[in-house]
Design a protein around this ligand. Structure first.
Ligand SMILES: CC(C)(COP(=O)(O)OP(=O)(O)OC[C@H]1O[C@@H](n2cnc3c(N)ncnc32)[C@H](O)[C@@H]1OP(=O)(O)O)[C@@H](O)C(=O)NCCC(=O)NCCS
Length: 153
């Protein structure tokens, strides 16, 4: 799974309009326990660990998507490594409605505000999603990148 590079100075300006009932906001400290447990349950323990790092930052470098106050998606930046976007995911039944794009753009715009010119999307699965939404390009010879020695539980 390669890494991808995003030009933060060329992010799309337009915002995706979300369906009524959906909210995307920066996570708060009081969201931490529920969010990490939810990520571990729906995605993986490794992603929950990376998101835990995002919750140690101020401002917290994690955005969450809610449907009627229930968690349905999340995205982190500045968690796995400095300058990295990820991990992030949306519950399967809520996909295809713009939540992934909004979460991604919130994170990348925050990184731009921090002063980065480029962001790295670490260990990408859905390359076409990142290419389409933010013009990301694959970084040559970036597999396995930094993900060399994951622990086995
Ligand atoms: C990748 C993911 C976050 C996208 O979330 P989403 O809410 O479905 O994304 P959006 O609705 O904003 O999709 C925006 C566009 O990208 C397209 N897209 C979404 N997922 C895609 C994928 N996996 N591959 C290719 N295109 C994809 C959509 O069709 C949509 O196109 P449209 O504007 O023409 O309709 C979601 O599929 C997911 O959680 N996947 C599993 C976890 C994962 O792989 N995370 C990324 C780790 S690097």
């Amino acid at each position: 799974m390669p890494d991808m590079l995003v030009r933060l100075y060329a992010l799309p300006d337009q915002n995706t309009i979300l369906k009524d009932g959906y909210v995307v906001r920066r996570a708060a400290a009081y969201d931490k326990s529920v969010t990490l447990h939810w990520i571990g349950q729906h995605f993986s323990t490794q992603w929950a660990g990376e998101a835990d790092v995002a919750f140690s930052r101020q401002p917290i470098s994690c955005f969450i998507a809610l449907d009627q106050e229930r968690l349905v998606g999340f995205a982190c930046y500045e968690a796995t490594c400095r300058g990295y976007f990820g991990p992030g995911g949306v519950l399967e039944v809520h996909r295809g409605q713009g939540l992934g794009t909004v979460l991604l753009l919130e994170c990348l715009r925050s990184m731009r505000e921090m002063g980065y010119a480029y962001a790295i999307i670490g260990g990408v699965g859905p390359k076409d999603f990142y290419a389409k939404t933010v013009g990301a390009i694959e970084i040559p010879d970036s597999t396995p990148g930094i993900y060399t020695t994951p622990l086995v539980s």
